[in-house]
Design a binder for this molecule. Structure first.
Ligand code: ZN
Length: 346
């Protein structure tokens, strides 16, 4: 689209798009692991639930826009919508429920979910936390909110202020384990299994900082590696549980040895996504890079050294202005190790 005149300095141009369509791509059975990846549905609006994400292309966007969003959604009565950021309004009208979601933190994309949920909220040290569960799982709300608050407290002390105004645990109509800006989307099976462990809910909460605030670049997936380190493992160190921490390190070595034969091995920089078993465990070399880096540099992961609220903000500002610039900062931590980033996975 071209403008047929010169623009003035600081001029703001508003483009209005008007379009309509049907989104009908029911999620397929999981092909990998136990979760459906977003690539297995391009978005769906149906009686069982709503899931529309960046891959649905349901809003106008530019590549790497890191946009902010305001979405106003009308759903049938008794349906609730969850978007990113803050719920800026919710009005129940005879025609349905109108909910407005406001995202002030620049994000890679916008994912919206809706369903017939019962909502439970709780204040966790000034952060609004909420559980959006189907009536059958409603009794688990307090369990999830209590765990979420424990993780938020621990990781705020480590990584700096929580980057969003709200955190929600949201039940999904298909099997999923997704950490999205300001909420996590978990399939019914996971919710029923009480998915509150460090590798589960803890992991999705760490993604609030690593992956949804400081972004991955187009190279290797260090976001998964660092999140796995900080959640699946470091949680036990934070709790002073040395035995569990050692078990976790052993499990990492064990699964890597069992699943990755030399023929299936590949350089760590090629690990992009958790799409099959070998790449799912490709996070493990990243995990050990973090372990080695930490022991070689003898840095503790306390706020006063490697991380601080300022560092987190610096990284984020850098990452938004240039996607890769989160890397050199993190490199301070990682480059100090004897293992090169581009070296093949050990
Ligand atoms: Zn993850």
């Amino acid at each position: 689209m071209e403008l047929n005149r010169a623009t003035k300095d600081g001029e703001k141009i508003v483009l209005d798009f008007d379009y309509a369509g049907e989104l009908n791509d029911p999620p397929k059975e999981p092909r990998h692991l136990r979760f459906v990846t977003p690539s297995e549905t391009s978005g769906h609006i149906g009686p069982e639930g709503v899931y529309i994400g960046p891959e649905t292309a349901w809003y106008p966007d530019l590549t790497d826009s890191f946009a902010i969003y305001r979405a106003m959604v009308t759903t049938p009565p008794k349906w609730e919508t969850i978007g990113q950021g803050t719920m800026a309004g919710r009005e129940v009208t005879p025609a349905g429920t109108v909910t407005t979601w406001d995202t002030r933190t620049p994000a890679e994309g916008l994912t919206l979910t809706a369903g017939q949920y019962l909502i439970t909220t709780r204040n966790c040290d000034g952060i609004e936390t909420a559980a959006y569960l189907y009536p059958e799982e409603h009794s688990l709300a307090e369990l999830y909110l209590g765990s979420a608050c424990s993780y938020l407290r621990a990781y705020i002390a480590l990584l700096g202020p929580y980057p969003f105004p709200r955190f929600s645990v949201v039940e999904n109509f298909f099997a999923s384990g997704l950490g999205l800006p300001s909420y996590t989307l978990l399939g019914t099976g996971s919710i029923r299994r009480r998915y509150i462990q460090p590798y589960a809910l803890g992991h999705e909460i760490v993604h609030s900082w690593i992956g949804n605030y400081v972004y991955n670049d187009h190279g290797g997936n260090w976001v998964e590696g660092l999140t796995t380190y900080l959640a699946n493992y470091y949680w036990y160190e934070l709790q002073g549980d040395r035995e569990k921490a050692r078990d976790e390190r052993r499990l990492m070595l064990f699964t890597y040895a069992v699943y990755v034969s030399p023929q299936r091995d590949y350089p760590i920089a090629q690990f992009k996504q958790k799409v099959d078993a070998p790449s799912a465990i490709a996070r493990r070399p990243w995990f050990f890079i973090c372990c080695v880096a930490r022991s070689v540099t003898r840095r503790s992961l306390e706020p006063s050294s490697s991380w601080s609220p300022d560092t987190a903000d610096d990284i984020r500002a850098g990452a938004i202005s240039k996607r890769c610039s989160a890397r050199p900062r993190l490199g301070i931590f990682i480059r100090s190790s004897p293992i090169g980033l581009n070296r093949a996975a050990p």
